[in-house]
Design a protein around this ligand. Sequence first.
Ligand SMILES: Cc1cc2nc3c(=O)[nH]c(=O)nc-3n(C[C@H](O)[C@H](O)[C@H](O)COP(=O)(O)OP(=O)(O)OC[C@H]3O[C@@H](n4cnc5c(N)ncnc54)[C@H](O)[C@@H]3O)c2cc1C
Length: 420
Amino acid sequence: MEEEAMVKKKRAAKAVVVGGSIAGLSCAHSLIAAGWEVVVLEKTASPPSGSPTGAGLSLEPQARGVIDRWLGDPTILHNITLPLDIELHQAFNTEKKHVRTLVRDDHFTYRCAHWTDLHSVIHKALPPGIILWGHRFLSICSSDRASVKIKVQVLQSNEIVEISGDLLVAADGCMSLIRQHFLPNHKLRYSGYSAWRGVFNFSDDEKSNTISVLRRTYPDLGKCLYFDYSSGNHCVLFEIRNQRLNWIWYFNTPEPHKEGNSVTKKVSEEMVKNMHEEAGKLWNPALALLMKETEEPFINVIYDSDPLPRLTWGNVVLVGDAAHPTTPHASRSTNMSILDAEVLGISLKKSAPENLSMALQEYQAIRHPVVSKQVVESREMGLLKQGLLLRDEAALSSPEEFFGIQHRSICFYEQVPTAL
Ligand SMILES: Cc1cc2nc3c(=O)[nH]c(=O)nc-3n(C[C@H](O)[C@H](O)[C@H](O)COP(=O)(O)OP(=O)(O)OC[C@H]3O[C@@H](n4cnc5c(N)ncnc54)[C@H](O)[C@@H]3O)c2cc1C
């Protein structure tokens, strides 16, 4: 009897993580490091492979340091990323075909990756077997201070099973079902704009006309995060490893019809053709050419949400986009997800599993003020960039506004607190 009690006492506390994207896998790393047993449930059938899922993202130094620790070897992340030493914002005058520098930061210290590459290295560094692919979270059956039980659909067999743990980590993205369970009236907010996106792969022909023209027009590709502005529109351009160029074009538009739970919109051939025509009128010819040559461009509808009133309920905790849907302008979402995981891991490591609620309160106390402020500032940055903050919709015009479009204007740019 006593032995049984001892075994029970020694059993590692178990966390059930819903969502196997960046936030979920990051939490798996940080919770394992804190001594927890972890199971990750992901509804997609298998890990994403090299191809069109995802595009480019940029990582700040602090988040990179955290990932390096999880991977145990700093060369791994370094080898899948390219530097972003410069952040350059420039306005393109469509009539005069003239480019004007708005603001340039030569001390930018981010690095960029393809989403799939980042996901892959974080995934491969986890112990085998902890991710259950093809498992869709359906609902919470019960949750009290002692345990949490959820209902899950196994997609291959259609079987419905129950899974229990001591802690439920909601990493199920910006449309989070778990968030909806606790905050049924909390709505996402459409930003006022959507974005065409694409990744151009030039590994087949590094010396093509398109690439020569682009390298002439954007000579710092490979080390620069470019932003081009045209009234009511802006574009992001940067190079990612393995001969790929990532571009995003934000355009003001009424909220498109939502397709299911996805923020990615299917596009028709006609929409792509119209996009090419419009790009020819608005953008530097080199950028317009890049858009034309990119296979399978797609549209992301841009949402965020007002900061949540809290990030934890009993033994359930929200991380990543589930905790703070945000606009992408200050490269927050992936960086915030990694820091969420780091802080959650640190808080859990400090307290015994019996003091879970203290650990979760600490996580909330550290992360809630930071992510709330960053979401709001990222929203303002997007409105400024899209000319939606200015009453007369004039283009960006003053040095103060120029500061507000740079990454360094976002709060906690240098360092995000990880302890109280
Ligand atoms: C396929 C994909 C590609 C992406 N590409 C980019 C990119 O190129 N650039 C960029 O900046 N950001 C990209 N993102 C978004 C980026 O990962 C997030 O904004 C950020 O990293 C926060 O991640 P997250 O894990 O909180 O949310 P998400 O990345 O949205 O992940 C949520 C995860 O939860 C899973 N999930 C949702 N509901 C359930 C459920 N009921 N049961 C089980 N699992 C569920 C989803 O399948 C998904 O894997 C991409 C996300 C995905 C899923």
